[in-house]
Design a protein around this ligand. Structure first.
Ligand code: LCS
Length: 392
């Protein structure tokens, strides 16, 4: 494959390693450990003088294919595959935060990315501020001399608010700190944070990258060798490594990322248009609607609006509950980014552990219903939502 190949060519051929039996798909190296050729080979592997594999917590050939592939798609130095999206988030936190340090994060960040800082990292003396990172003045005002990371999630879960990655990179670099972007909602198909100036990008692989609601996983991609090395060392010491079978499934799911996302976002645009015109719907947040507060930024920063929609009903939470209980095709479940359409209520589900005050401040209102649009026939999805809305 040529270096300047297109995204889809990279998706199909990237990350491949030579295989002795010429296997077209990466074999599953379901082994915990690797035999050394001799004592010197073992010593060389441990000294880093040989690139042979040692032990699966430290690296595995199947997992390496996935790491190399995601790094290629994101345009980074190297990938680090881990057992869940939260393992990716906490590996980044563990690598750069310590007693007396501070992080500035998006106020509407995924619930656990926030609560792990508030409930657990705080026990080790880490401070965190959560601000509306779509407001650059608020970002600048929140930075302190001890701030080590600027961490943004864009679009944010579940408010779909959008943060200017390039502007945040400039702010972070002026202060000599790193910009981390959670790119879960877009995937590298729709957004390339490293090209926009970010230093680290991460994903819950559970979502669009795997895309089939059958694996939980995460990945981190660093722009530089030094940051990759620092986080790899933390990851292998703490041990949230990805299992090779899990990696195999993700590689298989990832191959169709462009096809899945194209279809899902075409469906999402039609559904967002439908919802916006519906008399029972109070508001809709979707980056493909001109009514989105950061519509222009989304057009500049993302190559498409994605497949995530948030909306509220005129009847508030009560009507939202009726709607969630009335859908017959959309599935009432958390998670997102799979081939099936999912509906959920963030205030009582994914963001239940965030305090009521913090939720309100972040715009995670009680009436907010979140839709992850899948690849079904859009007419069937709209008919399903329509019949559910008629009961609200
Ligand atoms: N980052 C974002 C933006 C997420 O949406 C999630 C999970 C994570 C990180 C953590 O990933 P995990 O450990 O679950 O792989 N978001 C979920 C959601 O909205 N519903 O269920 C999980």
């Amino acid at each position: 494959m040529r270096k300047d190949s297109g995204f889809d060519t990279k998706l199909i051929h990237g990350g491949q390693r030579p295989d002795a039996l010429r296997s077209v798909t990466p074999p599953i190296y379901q082994t915990s450990t690797f035999a050394f050729r001799n004592a010197q080979d073992g010593a060389d592997c441990f000294a880093g003088e040989s690139d042979g594999f040692i032990y699966t917590r430290l690296g595995n050939p199947t997992t390496r294919v996935l790491e190399d592939l995601v790094a290629l798609l994101e345009g980074g130095f190297g990938g680090i595959a881990v057992a869940s999206g939260m393992a990716a988030v906490t590996t980044v936190y563990m690598s750069y935060l310590g007693a007396g340090s501070h992080i500035v994060s998006t106020e509407a960040v995924y619930g656990a990315s926030r609560s792990v800082l508030e409930k657990h990292f705080s026990r080790f003396g880490v401070e965190a501020s959560f601000v509306d990172t779509s407001n650059l003045e608020a970002v600048k005002a929140a930075l302190r001399p001890n701030t080590k990371l600027l961490y943004i999630e864009t679009p944010a879960n579940p408010t779909i608010s959008i943060t200017d990655i390039a502007a945040c990179a400039e702010i972070a670099h002026q202060r000599g700190i790193l910009l981390v972007v959670d790119n879960t909602f877009c995937s590298p198909y729709l957004q390339k944070p490293l090209e926009l100036g970010a230093d680290i990008v991460l994903h819950s692989i559970t979502k669009f990258i795997n895309g089939h609601a059958d694996v939980v996983g995460g990945v981190i991609v660093a722009k530089t060798d030094a940051d990759h090395c620092r986080m790899y060392n933390v990851m292998t010491s703490m041990g949230p490594s990805m299992d090779p079978h899990q990696a195999f499934l993700v590689i298989r799911g990832l191959k169709t990322l462009s096809l899945r996302l194209e279809r899902a976002q075409a469906n999402a645009q039609k559904i967002a248009d439908f919802l916006e015109k519906h008399p029972r719907v109070a508001w809709v947040r979707y980056p493909g609607l001109a009514s989105h507060p950061q519509f222009e930024l989304a057009q500049r920063q993302q190559s498409g609006p994605g497949a995530m929609i948030s909306f509220g009903l005129k009847g508030g939470l009560k009507a939202g509950k009726v709607m969630m209980d009335s859908v017959q095709l959309a599935v009432l479940a958390v998670s997102l980014g799979g081939v099936e359409t999912l509906i959920q209520h963030p205030a009582s589900m994914t963001h239940a552990k965030v305090s009521a005050d913090a939720k309100l401040k972040a715009g995670i209102t009680d009436d907010l219903v979140r839709l992850s649009v899948g690849i079904e026939n859009v007419d069937d999805l709209i008919a399903d939502l329509d019949q559910a809305l008629s009961r609200c």
